[in-house]
Design a protein around this ligand. Structure first.
Ligand SMILES: [Fe+2]
Length: 273
């Protein structure tokens, strides 16, 4: 694996936040590489990924009923609508505003077989995480031990994953995850070009081609996706991203989560009557 030492310069990040990635003129990393800063601190790892479950996962990804949304992205001084199409799997924290207890996401039940395969793949991804940075992995694993095991995916580190269906995310920071940990991302492509990951502060664009895996701290490092070119109706660019939501440490057992909602509902009812 190659090693790339970069100068981290975050001075342009603020200006880029929310903007669409156009054509970054940065170093293109297109082979297995670890990116480190001048002090040798690990920033990013990109490698090729293979797994026994990969062909099956690849076959079902186009058949998921993704949730489509529109978001505003800053583009050439104005705003444009950015289409998102994604679906999450794994476990979600308590949502007091919606009166929703912590629990399994719909994906797990709706696509139970597919979820099981993704969960098996999560275990493999977690094993790779341990090999690329035992320091970061052990810190992450220790934090995850504060989450009840039933709210973690296989491997015992990540609580949730998201599948993005050809989404060209503008520059952003991830939010809500454990601090100082890495997320994992796998990219799967079919007749699709572009869709690389630009990290402006590092002066690096990761050439995320089919079957690659990337680890980095998306809460610390601003990142965005370069234009995705899908020339055919069958063209697809999927990314699967794994992370751990910090709020999961507050999640109780499934029964206690339901009881918590019942008590809250009862309080509201008494207040209103
Ligand atoms: Fe992200």
């Amino acid at each position: 694996m190659k090693k790339l030492v970069v100068n981290v310069d975050e001075s342009k990040d603020k200006n880029l936040l929310g903007k669409r990635v156009v054509a970054p003129l940065d170093i293109v990393v297109n082979s297995p590489t670890t990116v480190v800063d001048q002090d040798g601190r690990l920033l990013v790892v990109i490698d090729s990924f293979d797994d026994k479950d990969l062909p099956y996962v690849r076959s079902f990804l186009p058949h998921i009923n993704y949730q489509n949304n529109l978001r505003l992205a800053n583009f050439q001084g104005g705003f444009e609508q950015l289409r998102t199409s994604d679906m999450s799997f794994g476990y979600r924290p308590y949502k007091p505003l919606f009166g929703m207890p912590s629990g399994a996401l719909d994906f797990n039940k709706k696509y139970a077989n597919w979820f099981n395969r993704l969960n098996d793949m999560t275990e493999r991804v977690t094993e790779i995480y341990e090999t690329i940075s035992s320091d970061c992995f052990n810190r992450h694993k220790t934090m995850a031990q504060d989450i009840r095991p039933e709210w973690l995916l296989k491997g015992g580190v990540f609580s949730q994953g998201i599948i993005n269906n050809s989404v060209q995310h503008s520059y952003h920071y991830d939010r809500g995850n454990f601090k100082n940990t890495m997320s994992a991302m796998i990219v799967l492509k079919h007749k699709s070009t572009g869709g690389w990951l630009n990290l402006p502060a590092l002066g690096v664009t990761l050439a995320t081609e089919d079957s690659c895996i990337v680890f980095f701290d998306g809460q610390k490092i601003l990142h965005g996706v370069t234009p995705i070119v899908n020339r055919y109706t069958s063209s697809k660019r999927f990314s699967i991203v794994w992370y751990t939501l910090a709020k999961m440490v507050n999640s109780l057992s499934a029964d206690d989560e339901i009881n918590k909602i019942r008590k809250t509902d009862l309080k509201k009812h008494r207040k209103n009557s």
